[in-house]
Structure formats: C-alpha cells, structure tokens
Ligand binder design. Structure first.
Ligand code: ADP
Length: 403
C-alpha cells in the first residue's frame, strides 16, 4: 500500500509518499509560500537529487495538485498512475476530547474537526484546507486524520484540569490537551526498543525540542503529563513562544501597553522565547553561536531554555515516581549536544550520567548518550511523525478493506 502523508500549514504543505510494504519514503518535499509571490515546490525522490520548482501556487488545492503531479512526473516522480496513491494521512493539530486515536475522515468527522477550530484557530483551518484539497484532487481515496493531541488524551484529570472554576472546563473545554503527541509516541516506543524492554515497564521522559517544544512523561506507554496545554504556548521556552508565565503578567502588559487580544497573542507567540530574550534569533544554532561569542542575553536565553527543561524533567520524574530514560528529539534535541549537556548537567544526583563522547557525535542519529553505568538512560532519537501517520493510515484503511 502506498500512502501520501500531508502536513498542511497556513502557507505550506509538507509531504512524504510511502511504500508501506518496505516502510520506505519514496519521496518527500514541501510546497512553501502558498498564495504568495515566490511559491516553491521542493521535491526529493529517495533515489535522486532534490529539485526546486518555483511556480504560481494560489491555494492548497493548487498545491496538492502540484504534489500529485510531481509524484507522477516521468522525470522526478515515483509512480506512473494516480491510482497508485491508495490513501492519504493528514496531520491534524487539534482533536479535542473527541479524538483519542486516528480516524477515517468521513464527512461527520470533518464536521467535528471544523467544530474544533474554536480551540485551534491557528492550525485546524489549514489542516481542513488540505483535507478538502484531497477530496477534490483525489476523489474516492480514503483519508485518515492523525491528531497531535490524541496520545495525550489518556492523561489523568489531575494533569489536565487547570486551577480555574471547574465550569470553565465543562463549558468551554479549557484544559490541558498537549501537542506533538505523534512525535512523543514515536520516540518513546523507539526508546523502549533501543533499551530492549516492553514500554509497559518503563518510565520515560521525551523532550521534543523543535521551533515549538514540549516535554512528556510517558509511564507504561501512556502520556501521563505534558507541558503544552490548552494551546501550544504553555511549558518550555521556545523559539518565539514564552512558555510558562504568571497569567497576571499578560493582564498587566495588556493594560500597560493597551494591547488588543490579537496583539497580546502575537507578543506571546511570535516575539517571546529565545528571540524575545536574546534579540538575536529564534534559531538555537544562532543562539549558541552568539552565546559562545559573549552575547549576554543569548547566554541568558540558552540558560533559561535548559533550566526550564531540567525543572520539568525533575517534576515529571517525581510525578511518575521514578525514571528509566530521557529522550531528546526534534531539531534541537537531535542535533545539539550542547543543549543536551546543559540540560543533563547537575542531574547526576538522580542517576543521569552523560557519556560526553557519544553525546558529541549523536547528531541526527539514534544513539544512547549516557554512560553504561548511568541508572537513567539518555537517548538521542530522530523523530518520525510521518511514519506514525503512514502506519495509522495503513492500519485503518486495511481494517475498512477487510469489512
Ligand atoms: P519544527 O518545529 O519547525 O519542525 P525542527 O524540529 O526542524 O522545527 O527544529 C528547528 C530547530 O532546530 C531550530 O531552532 C534550529 O535552530 C534547531 N537546530 C537544528 N539544527 C541544530 C543544531 N545543529 N544545533 C542546535 N539547534 C539546531
């Protein structure tokens, strides 16, 4: 079975096309600047070099059509006929309380995803656009939704209910949902495999450190707590997001600077975090470089980033009553020995001992980076959300085909 995996953002579509017999990504790529000048399709077949094609791409329907066209192209493609696309798996950011697992995107489900726009106004509309684009360009092909929130849906209420009047949860659905679930799920399972133990017997903390960042406590294979909350703003310090904050600060700033709701939202989501503190960049590579060359606020941003991570690791180990492994993943987690080192430094007291040689060379690859005698294993694991989406899509479509 061949599966197209789509991750649709406001002006971009990332895609991978899988041959599921071999679990091989035959092609991957991205359409960027959809609806803007300078729209670009970057496409990489697994066995040939990447090509970049600039074109006018007005909307997600046109972008999806371009993706399908290049998959079929004699020169850059990997299939000959549209019928070789057997199913589409979509990353959907918010599944609310309704979706604790991946589902076939029927009209009824699509309506429910649309109803969740209120909870995820920045993400779900684009995911829906991608779904509609596929309904038009690939009519009759089954589509499956894989939700970022699903893995966290089994958290206990003590982890997801906020200290607000309870009616806020009941009436408005205000609670911790958590995000990056597909990534936390994938790396937690890889960690168990690397350790040669059933995940049901392990206490694992997974740190997904990309532009957005979140950390999850995975106890016996279940997400029992996670740092992102009602929206992806809560928790760790991120590239442009503040993470944890005294909520009164927001009220104070809004009053002081006479900010509208939109302006406050932009301040917290786009101008805070690494870029806000350092004034240098939201990119961790540039923060590390500036910090090393003596930029005081870049160093401060880096220190806050790693200190907050460390605090969460301590909190989640306490919450789970123990810890067997810490996993680092996504752009920063997979590629930055320095961030991993700073985060783990001082955690020796509860059994974390980094192997600095292994840590230094674990860049973009799966590797154990703790010493042999470290009681808590530390692992660097590249995430693969697309593969989880493709697997779920395959399983759901196979079940339907059996009926
Ligand atoms: P996204 O959340 O957009 O998917 P990624 O997972 O690709 O993002 O992570 C992007 C982040 O990874 C950026 O902040 C980038 O600086 C960081 N990153 C990538 N390579 C390195 C590296 N070698 N050292 C430190 N940070 C890195």
């Amino acid at each position: 079975m061949n599966i197209l995996v789509l991750n649709c953002g406001s002006s971009s579509i990332k895609y991978q096309f899988f041959d599921m017999k071999k679990e091989l990504a035959l092609a991957k790529g991205m359409v960027s600047r959809i609806g803007m000048s300078g729209a670009l399709l970057a496409h990489k077949p697994f066995d040939r070099p990447e090509v970049k094609i600039s074109d006018e791409i007005l909307d997600h329907i046109a972008a999806t059509a371009k993706v399908i066209a290049i998959l079929l192209s004699p020169e850059h493609g990997v299939i000959k006929n549209k019928s070789e696309i057997h199913a589409v798996g979509h990353r959907v950011v918010h599944g609310g309380e309704r979706f604790a697992r991946s589902v076939l995107l029927t009209e009824e489900v699509i309506t429910e995803v649309r109803n969740l726009i209120e909870l995820a106004p920045l993400h779900n509309p684009h995911n829906l656009r991608g779904i509609q684009a596929c309904q038009k360009t690939l009519p009759g092909i089954p589509q499956v939704g894989i939700f970022d929130t699903a893995f966290h849906q089994k958290m206990p209420p003590m982890a997801y209910v906020y200290g607000l009047p309870y009616m806020m949860y009941k009436e408005y659905g205000i609670r911790r949902y958590g995000f990056h679930g597909t990534s936390h799920f994938y790396v937690a399972h890889r960690a168990a495999a690397m350790m040669g133990k059933p995940i049901e017997q392990l206490k694992i903390i997974t740190c997904h450190l990309g532009n957005g960042a979140s950390i999850t406590a995975v106890n016996n294979g279940l997400s029992v707590d996670t740092s992102m909350g009602f929206t992806p703003l809560e928790g760790l310090l991120m590239g442009t997001r503040s993470g944890d904050l005294d909520p009164a600060v927001i009220l104070y700033i809004m009053g002081r600077e006479e900010l509208t709701l939109n302006e406050a939202n932009t301040l917290l989501n786009k101008h805070s975090g690494l870029i806000g503190i350092s004034g240098v960049s939201s990119d961790m590579r540039e923060i590390i470089e500036a910090s090393n060359s003596g930029h005081a606020n870049a160093k401060l941003a880096l220190d806050i980033y790693c200190y907050r991570l460390k605090k969460y690791i301590g909190a989640y180990a306490a919450g789970m009553g123990g810890l067997d492994a810490i996993v680092f993943t996504a752009g920063v987690g997979e590629n930055s020995p320095y961030v991993r080192e700073l985060t783990c430094r001082g955690l020796e007291f509860f059994g974390v001992e980094l192997n600095s040689q292994n840590n230094a060379v674990a860049i973009g690859k799966e590797m154990e980076i703790s010493t042999d005698r470290s009681r808590v294993k530390v692992l660097a694991i590249p995430t693969n959300e697309e593969l989880v989406i493709a697997r779920d899509t395959r399983d759901i479509v196979e079940k339907i085909n059996q009926k």
